[in-house]
Design a protein around this ligand. Sequence first.
Ligand code: PMP
Length: 450
Amino acid sequence: MKDDNFLRENNARHMWHPMGHQGNSDANMPAIIAKAEGVVIEDLDGHKTVDAVGGLWCVNLGYSNNVIKDAIAKQLYDLPYYSAFSGTTNPPAIEASYAVREFFEPDGMVRSFFTSGGSDSVETCLRLSRQYHRLLGEPTRTKFISLKKGYHGTHFGGASVNGNNRFRIGYEPMLPGCFHLPSPYPYRNPFNETDPAQLAQNIANAFEDEVQFQGANTIAAFIMEPIQGAGGVIVPHESFMGLMRDVCDRHGILMIADEVITGFGRTGSWSGSTHYGVKPDMMSTAKGITSGYFPVGAALFNEKVADVFENSYPAVGGIYHGYTYSAHPVGAAAVTACLAETVRLDLRANAAARGKQLFEGCQALAAKHDIIGDVRGGTGLMTGFEMVSDKTAKTPIDPATVKRIQQATYEAGAMVRMGPPNILMSPPLTISEGEVQTILDALDTGLSAA
Ligand code: PMP
């Protein structure tokens, strides 16, 4: 590897970074993470911190899982690439689809379509939901409904159903025919409703109203994250997902659960859908499927959807959609190894217990630091808090203060994620009680720097 000065000088000179301003100014200089072990990351200066972000909500099994690393290395020597496009496939891909089924069969998912990541998985679900209706003789069903504050990746379809304008402005016009309902976000919502159960009902009513307005026969699918992640860790009332499912069922609308973050144990269940006892028609997954060790995702489908594609009635049609790296053998080997480890370690209980500890710790911080307006989480290892400059008026904090807090927290020993006005956390599911305490202590120091 080149020396540290070379790396610092050349950062952003030849590479643009996702999700941020470009340029090699000091203000834009990222932490250059060079090594990791367990749940601890180390930057070029040798500064070690607990990774409260879990890479990017993805390193569920921590950084030191040699079973996954060995499987990847071995597969590189056996067969580094072969496609699964019509006419060929490869053994690891078949094994991986078998491994995935164990997690989502309880949710009714019976088929996997492999992708290169979460955005691809979302795009696959959106496109195939249109095709599903076309195959059934309802080609007018093309629209999508989603939730404000949702995050569904950055392809044009996913970005069009995203519910945060940061990801839209600069790229508009988005895909036509995408409509957004309010988020189940008690802290701020257009109904001024603070009771989560009533808010869930209000949004279900708004969904029903929107379907009546648009015409059910124009809507292909409704997509939601069981718990909204990047939008601020918004945990809905337990009735919410079921109420939305009911509206879909009444009107023949497919339900897509975007489980890119919530899949594979993060919520304390194998999926967010299992947690809420709801069976979607399609699921988008990624991240925890390889614990981030290799870029893989999977779109999953239930029997009802599989039947239409496999029997193609009354229309005839194949799936003319897929990626060069769909079912990549090295990625597939990573999936099989990662999922075997996910089952063996079964971190669901740890995710729930450590998630509760982190959530309650953040509530204690909110009692001490007035800048915290709302603490969210408590369902597995996804926690966030929203910051305000005036608690009564709920005035959102300025992004520069969030950056200062994040930086001070990093210096004090924990990497947390900024999503102004929020700080977001999703540490590896392997994290210990002591390591969660390290995050909380570092946050306490960081918040004092506001
Ligand atoms: N859906 C959700 C719910 C996500 O959280 C993300 C990524 N954070 C995506 C889709 C997009 O995944 P990727 O970045 O792997 O394309």
